[in-house]
Design a binder for this molecule. Sequence first.
Ligand code: NAP
Length: 248
Amino acid sequence: MGLLDGKVALITGGSRGIGAALVRRFADEGAAVAFTYRSSAHQADALVRAIEQAGGRARAYQSDAASYAQAEQLIQTVYGDWERVDVLVNNAGITDDTLLLRMKEEQWDRVVQTNLKSVFNLTRHIARNMMKARSGSMINISSIVGLTGNPGQANYAASKAGIFGFTKSIAKELGSRGIRCNAVAPGFIETEMTDQLDEKVREAYLQNIPLKRMGSADEVADLCVFLGSDRSTYITGQVISVCGGLSD
Ligand code: NAP
């Protein structure tokens, strides 16, 4: 018996990193998983094959989460293919770091559109379906940088802090319809996103983490499995960190 047996999950940005761990862990726990990617078609196909070989169910969809129109089309297609979605994980995200005085308008817009507007896009288009079903769990992947701020990441931190206000508002709007909405704030997690950091920044982070190590994508996925499952039915409107103690 898996924690997500019989559920259908939709995960944005599932081709790599934390998203790929989410896809694998959700499938391991019995969910049928629809996931999106923007450009990593080969990685997405390989992930689908690996899950099918392990006896699970998954399908990949090319869809830009930053596009309102593509999100609308995606939700229609996924409901056509799977008939329902019980868990939505808004995970797609990017960084484009630089100090404020060097930040171009496009850098601000691209990061905010991909990380924050995407959450609105998917939530807006799925909400009516979940309201009809009178159930659903929405999980928004933010970052502890949205809580703490970080020099060189004003665009990223603002986009991730925006997710907190959005999550709490949606929890209040949709709670009476049986829909839960929570935010997860990962700390310093080993993925391609953090591979780009230079060695000095990495060392400084590690010194400040009480658990003295980076987290794994699976450790983030484990919390999301719990939030997507019926083990968390009285939890909504919360921001939960997975950060080895870094944000405290
Ligand atoms: P990653 O390894 O760079 O993977 C990002 C994923 O998002 C990829 O699957 C990518 O697909 C997808 N993606 C990017 N833009 C997209 C778009 N416009 N539409 C659809 N998919 C898109 O990143 P990660 O480290 O796993 O991060 C995942 C999430 O966790 C992000 O929201 C990030 O901000 C958050 N987070 C990460 C850390 C960390 O330490 N790694 C810490 C805190 C929060 P393609 O490959 O096709 O582009």
